[in-house]
Design a protein around this ligand. Structure first.
Ligand SMILES: [Fe+2]
Ligand SMILES: [Fe+2]
Length: 175
């Protein structure tokens, strides 16, 4: 809260990147119409968020700034199993879902810590969106994978994610 501009800049790039990732996933999964449609919808919504964070920064006399490396996302990507297409898809859906859940937690914390104003209103609204996005990825994972396979892998990924989070530096950023 002491460096809201840096947080907003980091958040702006996170929205931009998640929109891009959703479109990439849609392009790679053309044989799964439900997934493609969901990713197009998600990308549009995340792009709107990018625009909204951009506008908040502009109104504060700031720019979106430089995209700085995100150690959290970088470490999560290393958990993807790339040798098998199905495993790769499952991991991506579950990791995207985890990232959305973390967004939900962070935005909720921010909206609770803030005093009245447009920024608080914005984060309140985003809290609702990210909870929905988290559920979307879980629903998609259930659509294409057996529940026990999904649960076992989610459990593993959450353990690994907890290790990653415990080693992150404290900074004014989404992760
Ligand atoms: Fe978003
Ligand atoms: Fe989201």
């Amino acid at each position: 809260m002491g460096d809201l501009d840096s947080f907003l800049q980091d958040h702006a790039h996170a929205e931009r990147k998640v929109a891009t990732s959703a479109l990439t996933l849609a392009a790679q999964q053309s044989q799964k119409p439900e997934l493609v449609e969901s990713m197009i919808e998600l990308a549009q919504e995340e792009l709107t968020h990018f625009r909204q964070v951009h506008d908040l920064l502009r109104d504060r006399g700031q720019t979106i700034g430089q995209d700085r490396p995100d150690r959290y996302m970088g470490s999560l990507f290393k958990l993807l199993r790339k040798s098998d297409v199905n495993e790769y898809l499952l991991d991506r859906l579950l990791l995207f879902g985890i990232v959305e859940a973390r967004g939900w937690e962070r935005f909720r914390m921010i909206s609770l810590a803030m005093s009245k104003g447009p920024v608080r209103d914005f984060y309140r609204e985003l809290t609702r969106c990210e909870a929905r996005h988290h559920l979307l990825f879980i629903r998609l994972a259930k659509r294409y994978f057996a529940e026990e396979v999904l649960k076992a892998r989610l459990d593993e990924l959450l353990d690994r994610e907890a290790e990653i989070v415990s080693n992150l530096p404290f900074r004014a950023a989404l992760h």
